[in-house]
Structure formats: C-alpha cells, structure tokens
Design a binder for this molecule. Structure first.
Ligand SMILES: *Cc1c(COP(=O)(O)O)cnc(C)c1O
Length: 452
C-alpha cells in the first residue's frame, strides 16, 4: 500500500468507491483522507500526516484505534471461531454479551436480538413492537411516533421514523410516515424558561396525539437526551421520564434508540439511566463493538419475548441477518465492556467532561458561538454569521470548516453550522487542551475566510 502516493489512492477511491453521505462532486475540491493506519486517537494518512479523530470515526470509536486490549481479544477469537450462524447454533461471545447487557439493565431488558447495523436494529424494534401487539390481538396498533428532528437510520423503514428532510425527502413516495411530535430541544426555551419547561410542552403534544390515537399506535421512538444527527439537539431527562409515563398510561411501547448516545457517551452507560426509566426496546450499535466491527442489538423485556413464545412458527420473530451475532463483533464488544469495568471509565469520563467544559469555556464566549451544550463527553455549539453573506456562508460552512480542521490535524465534520466534539474516551488532559485550541483556531480561520 505504501508504495503509492496518497493522491493516487484518492483518485482511485473517487473512481471506484461511492462514499456514504456524500455528494461525490464535492470531492472535486473537498479533500479525502487516504487513511493508512490508526493508533489511539490518531489516524495517519499515506504521507504520514496525522489527524486527531475528534468525532470518533462517526461516533463509533470509544477506546482508540488499534486498541491493544481489543486487538488481543479479537486475535484470540479469530483463532477460535470467526463465525457461526445464530439460528440453530449458539456461541459463547453472543451468550456472554447478551447476559452482560441484560445485567447492565438490572435484567429488565433480558432478551437480546442481534443485527449488524443501527438501522437494522431500529427496523427490528419497529417490527417486534408491531408483531407483539398483533400476537396479542391488537393488529390495529400498526402506527409509529417519532420526535421532530429525530434520526434513526436510512433504510426505508428507519426513514419512516426519521425526521431529517435532507435524508428523507427524495424517498418520500417510498416511505410509510410516522406521526411526528414536537421537539423537546432545550434551545427553544424562551426567556425565563427552563429545559424542563420545554420538555413538558413537548410532552403535552405527545399526550394530545395519544388521547386521539393511541389505539392505533404501536410504539414511540426517541433518541434519549441528544438528537445527534439533527445537530446535537439536547433535552431535559424529564422528557424521557414523561414519555415513559405516557406510554404506560396509553399502552404504547417506548423504543429508546441509544445507537449514538449509549455506551457511556452521555455520562451513564445508557442515556435512559439519567431519566430513571427503562424502555420496552433499547437499540444499541456504534460504540458497542468499540468501533471495530458492525454490530447492533435490540434489548427487550420478558413480556415482549413472551408474546412470541408459541408452538406456532408464524407467531415467532422470524427476522434474521446473515451475520447475526457474529462472534468476532461480539468478542470486540465483550472486550469493550471489560475496559469499562477495568478502568472505571464512567468515573474518569466525568473528570474528562469537566476538563472539556473548562477548555471550551473561551470558545463558548466567542462572539459567533451560540448554545455551547454538553452531555457527558459530547460537546456541541452553533455558529452564527453576521451580515449579508450569512446564508451562503452557512451553506458551505461545514465543508470549509472540515478542510481548515484537517490543516490543523483535526478530523471534525460539522453538521450544518453545528460543530460538535465527540472524542474517544482515551483523550487526556493535554489532548483536551490541544483540541479546544485547534477547534477555536479552525473556527476563526473559517470565519475569516467567509468575511473576505
Ligand atoms: C447512526 C444512527 C443510526 C443508524 O445506524 P447505522 O449503523 O448507521 O445504520 C440510528 N439511530 C441513531 C440515533 C444513530 O445515531
């Protein structure tokens, strides 16, 4: 690999690889990083240039690239069992992982259904909810509810509960739309209002819908605490607690999509813990394998499992994916959970959050920065533009910022005009100070260019 110049790799990639979430034409000028290797929080290109992975490679990496502990576990697993089907067979990595995740929910969510990516986990939760109602004689409960600006993946079923126009509009005729309820985004707070006030207003909207229609509704799906893909909109935990109460009152399932916010990202292992509730379905992916391998799971309760348990095959949940419960992916997840326990990661992350808050304080006071916000080791802020150029500037801001960040050895990809930092948990104090400074430098460079 190293015998080729980086530019040659980029050119070949742009011919042969159709990159995700990308208008390929933008790469006529937008850089593409030919990653040669990774180590800790750093990615290295074929020229030996390095980039600090400040967004954990799309939010999946928790303990750094080429982590020695996860690597050792995977090498052992590779020589033991690389894969076996999970229908008619079972294996230790899947069993241990299901048991350990169940224990982390106090055994409330004691049944784990495996898949490979986040969107599939969402589809599974939707299908399971509907099918469990149907098995109990409530087949009319076949509608879903999602929250405004929610994101749950990009397969056609997952898009039905996603409310991000950019990803959804082109496929509108293909989609079976969910009901959309008001966003609890705390940025909507009026003067003198708290995040909890915004949450209770949003809950009133859910109640209104449930009063009218809960007999037709199977489940409501929510990203607890942070709506990540829509620009890191954060809400008060009372919103999630209120959803649980409303779902109980009206007989609707609650699906917590913790694909991005789970695995310690918001400060607790599951975001729902901060609301003091458990959902009926909890979707996990992204960080669960430490960022190593595609793995997702849906955790659910005894009563849901019981609704399928029958002599009749068709009453079973017959969903499957070829790589369901892949042993390598499960083993990476077990090694990841081992690191949480061994290094008391949630406690040390709490210290890192405080250090990040201090380091980002000057940026929070920047004249163009609005709504610096945080949950655990996840920080985000919005960039405001002044003057006539504002609209154009905001359209290209994300790409320009990405480029300026790369020049400063940082991998950051703003969503629209929202910049977010989601570093791997191995970041240290020096790394935090460095990252905060580089983020500020990048912002200033990007803004200076816009005002030219
Ligand atoms: C990333 C994400 C998904 C989709 O996961 P994929 O693995 O990309 O299919 C679903 N929900 C949330 C909240 C996500 O952040």
């Amino acid at each position: 690999m190293n015998t080729h110049a980086p530019d040659a790799w980029v050119a070949r990639s742009l011919r042969a690889v159709w990159h995700p979430c990308t208008q390929m034409k933008h790469h006529e000028r937008l850089p593409l990083i030919p990653v040669a290797r990774g180590s800790g929080a750093w990615l290295y290109d074929h020229d030996g240039r390095r980039y600090f992975d400040a967004i954990s490679s799309w939010w999946v990496n928790l303990f750094g690239h080429a982590n020695p502990d996860i690597n050792a576990a995977l090498k052992d697993q590779l020589d033991t069992l690389e894969h076996a089907m999970l229908a008619g067979c079972t294996h230790e990595p899947a069993i241990l992982l299901a048991e350990r995740l169940s224990a982390l929910t106090g055994h409330t969510l004691g049944h784990a259904f495996f898949a490979s990516d986040g969107a599939s986990a969402v589809e599974i939760a939707l299908k399971m909810s509907f099918h469990s109602w149907r098995n109990r004689g409530h087949a009319q409960k076949n509608e879903f509810v999602c929250v405004a600006n929610g994101y749950h993946g990009e397969t056609i079923g997952a898009l039905g509960v996603t409310d991000v126009a950019l990803f959804k509009d082109a496929y509108d005729p293909l989609i079976r739309h969910a009901h959309v309820v008001a966003s609890p985004d705390a940025r909507q707070a009026a003067q003198g209002e708290t995040a909890a006030d915004v949450a209770s207003r949003a809950l009133a909207d859910v109640r209104r819908l449930f009063v009218e229609r809960s007999d037709r509704i199977a489940a409501l799906i929510v990203e607890p605490l942070v709506q990540c893909a829509a620009g890191f909109a954060m809400h008060d935990p009372s919103y999630v607690r209120g959803l649980r109460a409303l779902c109980d009152e009206f007989g609707v399932h609650l699906i917590a999509d913790e694909i991005a916010v789970g695995c310690g990202r918001t400060g607790t292992f599951f975001a729902c813990e901060q609301a003091g509730i458990w959902p009926d379905f909890l979707c996990l992916s992204k960080g669960i394998s430490g960022g190593y391998l595609p793995l997702s799971l849906v955790l659910t309760r005894d009563d849901v499992f019981a609704a399928f348990y029958d002599d009749d095959t068709a009453r079973g949940f017959l969903h499957s994916h070829s790589y369901t419960g892949n042993p390598l992916a499960c083993r990476a997840a077990l090694a990841t959970l081992d690191l949480f326990a061994r290094d008391d990661v949630l406690a040390s992350n709490a210290r890192k959050s405080a250090a990040m808050r201090d380091a980002l304080a000057p940026l929070a006071a920047h004249p163009n920065v609005r709504h610096m916000r945080e949950r655990g080791t996840l920080f985000a802020f919005d960039v405001a533009f002044d003057g006539d150029a504002a609209r154009d500037a905001s359209r290209t801001f994300s790409r320009r910022f990405f480029e300026h960040a790369l020049e400063r050895e940082v991998l950051l990809r703003p969503i629209g005009t929202t910049v977010y930092l989601m570093p791997p948990y191995i970041i240290d104090d020096a790394g935090i100070a460095w990252l905060a400074q580089r983020t500020r430098d990048t912002l200033d460079a990007t803004l200076a260019e816009h005002s030219e």
